[in-house]
Ligand binder design. Structure first.
Ligand SMILES: C[S@@+](CC[C@H](N)C(=O)[O-])C[C@H]1O[C@@H](n2cnc3c(N)ncnc32)[C@H](O)[C@@H]1O
Length: 247
């Protein structure tokens, strides 16, 4: 296991945080190291393409891949152009050994097939749900910057039921994502600061139901939970394995 203090990219990460006046970088560095460890456990040999869903202004995947000495391609998909340019800027700053491809697209319009890619999302499930279940009374930008509105918005979403939301997400993933998929959820800085743990518990329950639905549809899926941290790992479809084995 990587010793956090010796990890490549750590100095660049702390310099970058200083440059943008980001206070308290240690927890984020810890998340980056966690990603590098989980990626190694999930896929000891990383595929030629890693696709990140909805990176926003978070750079955890870029730094985690740098730690691992990844040398192929990271594709970042986000609807937000400013987030994509920030990813490109950090990539230029870090000069890692892998290339970056920026895709300004809706992730639900893409097809992720085969073994040659791994799809990842850091703290993306809540954004994915919010994108799929807009509530007109709560404009998204406001609901994601005003903690009280955020809390009320998620109470409304919770009233739809975790099962209904999980079914909807599963239908998208089953139709569009044959590739292995790795998603996590945890109490973010915003959620922790503003006492939004109830929302995190709800998103975690959607992930548990989603894992169940994917398993029932023939995908090897694991859900690992530790306190409020949840990781969902969908491997390749079992039916594909049968085809590969000639069954
Ligand atoms: C809060 S941000 C960043 C979350 C981030 N992954 C993290 O680690 O904190 C969520 C991002 O997801 C993007 N997003 C949400 N739904 C999306 C979709 N359907 N397709 C593409 N990007 C999406 C938004 O544009 C936004 O930049």
């Amino acid at each position: 296991m990587m010793i956090e203090s010796a990890a490549p990219g750590k100095q660049a990460f702390y310099q970058l945080c200083e440059l943008v006046n980001y206070e308290d970088p240690a927890p984020m560095w810890s998340r980056i190291c966690e990603w590098s460890q989980v990626l190694t456990l999930a896929q000891p040999t990383l595929p030629p393409r890693i696709v990140e869903l909805g990176s926003g202004l978070s750079f955890k995947i870029i730094f985690a891949l740098q730690i691992l000495g990844y040398s192929q391609e990271l594709e970042t998909i986000d609807l937000d152009i400013a987030s994509l340019s920030a990813q490109a800027q950090v990539h230029r700053y870090l000069e890692p050994g892998f290339s970056i491809k920026l895709s300004a697209q809706d992730v639900t319009t893409r097809q992720f097939a085969g073994d040659s890619c791994l799809v990842v999302g850091n703290h993306f499930v809540d954004d994915f749900i919010a994108n799929q279940f807009p509530i007109p009374a709560f404009p998204r930008a406001k609901a994601y910057s005003d903690p009280e509105m955020h809390r009320r918005y998620w109470l409304q979403l919770a009233s739809l039921g975790a099962g209904r939301i999980a079914h909807h997400l599963a239908s998208i993933l089953l139709a569009r994502c044959d590739a292995p998929l790795l998603l996590n959820n945890y109490i973010s800085r915003f959620e922790g600061t503003h006492g939004l743990e109830e929302k995190v518990t709800f998103v975690n329950s959607v992930m548990a139901k989603l894992a169940d639905l994917l398993t029932k549809s023939g995908h090897h899926t694991q859900l690992l939970s530790r306190k409020n941290d949840v990781w969902l790992y969908k491997k390749r479809c079992m039916a594909q394995e049968c085809r590969h084995a000639g069954k």
